[in-house]
Design a protein around this ligand. Structure first.
Ligand code: OGA
Ligand code: MN
Length: 286
């Protein structure tokens, strides 16, 4: 039976039904999912039977996986673990622990791995333990936002290049969120500000919290432009918020969406999400 595709929002996002990606998938089914990602940018699957091995196996069908940077590698080589539970003991991690402070950075609107020379294609986030309230994930379509930009702004940003850096974005949370070694692991990189999807030609603004400034503009001027773009993308009309259910898998296209975590009571509730990240195939800047 073919998968079902039910739109979640007028501009982006779809719920995919009649499939368990934890089970082996034939090529036609995978191709339909891959095509839906280009069309809808955000895919939500309920009641999935994923464990770590099955998640890696399914994620690899999209392409090679990123290796997790050391600042967030507690979940294993290919996982970013978004959780308040210690990986060894399962005990709740106190809010002031640096692992929790690091995760605060996810509450800024961002796109995963834009601070890497080859930024990510997509992320797959699997809801293993879901808090009873809070901890929703917000998504904003930078593709729908691009379409809605005034023509003068489209012309202004065409061809611009931004510098992205994890040191910059985590620096917004606090001065010591990354250790010196962790900072050296992720030197600043350059990314185009307008990206085009190679399959359907749709353009998207590429910004988010890791974007620090614009190459060739005074720092404050570039920062103001990026702030304006991020504020434009994250207007409520371009946003969709995902309320998690245990067993959900959410896949998002990092080329054209911003996303953010939202707070939950990390002392009283438990949350465990495992993220795999599919690498992109080339730098965005020649
Ligand atoms: C991520 C992320 C948000 C969340 O996994 O990349 O930003 O709600 N997660 O956990
Ligand atoms: Mn993220």
């Amino acid at each position: 039976m073919a998968i079902s595709i039910t739109p979640l929002h007028p501009l982006f996002g779809a719920e995919i039904g009649r499939v368990d990606v934890g089970a082996p998938l034939d090529d036609a089914t995978f191709a339909a999912i891959r095509a839906a990602l280009d069309d809808y940018s955000l895919l939500v699957f309920h009641d999935q039977s994923l464990d770590d091995d099955r998640q890696v196996a399914f994620s690899r069908r999209f392409g090679p996986l990123e290796k997790t940077i050391s600042a967030n590698a507690t979940g294993g080589t290919h996982f970013a673990r978004q959780s308040n539970l210690d990986v060894g003991t399962g005990a709740v991690i106190p809010p002031e622990d640096r692992r929790m402070v690091y995760q605060k950075g996810n509450q800024l609107w961002h796109t995963d791995s834009s601070f890497k020379p080859v930024p990510a294609l997509c992320s797959l986030l699997s809801g293993r333990v879901v808090p009873p309230e809070g901890g929703d994930t917000g998504f904003a379509s930078a593709r729908a936002a691009y379409d809605a930009l005034p023509e003068a702004m489209k012309r202004r940003i065409e061809g611009l290049v931004a510098e992205h850096s994890l040191g910059y974005s985590r620096g917004l949370i606090g001065p010591d969120v990354l250790t010196e070694t962790q900072k050296q692991e992720v030197p600043a990189v350059r990314q185009v500000v307008v990206r085009t999807n190679p399959v359907n030609g749709r353009k998207a603004i590429y910004a988010g919290a890791h974007a620090s400034h614009i190459v060739g503009l005074p720092i404050e001027e570039g920062r103001a432009l990026l702030r304006e773009l991020n504020d434009f993308i994250t207007q409520p009309r371009f946003c969709y918020s995902h309320r998690w259910r245990q067993g959900d898998l959410v896949i998002w296209d990092n080329r054209c969406l911003l996303h953010r975590a939202t707070p939950y009571d990390t002392v009283r509730h438990q949350r465990l999400m495992q993220r795999t990240t599919v690498a992109g195939d080339a730098p965005t800047v020649a």
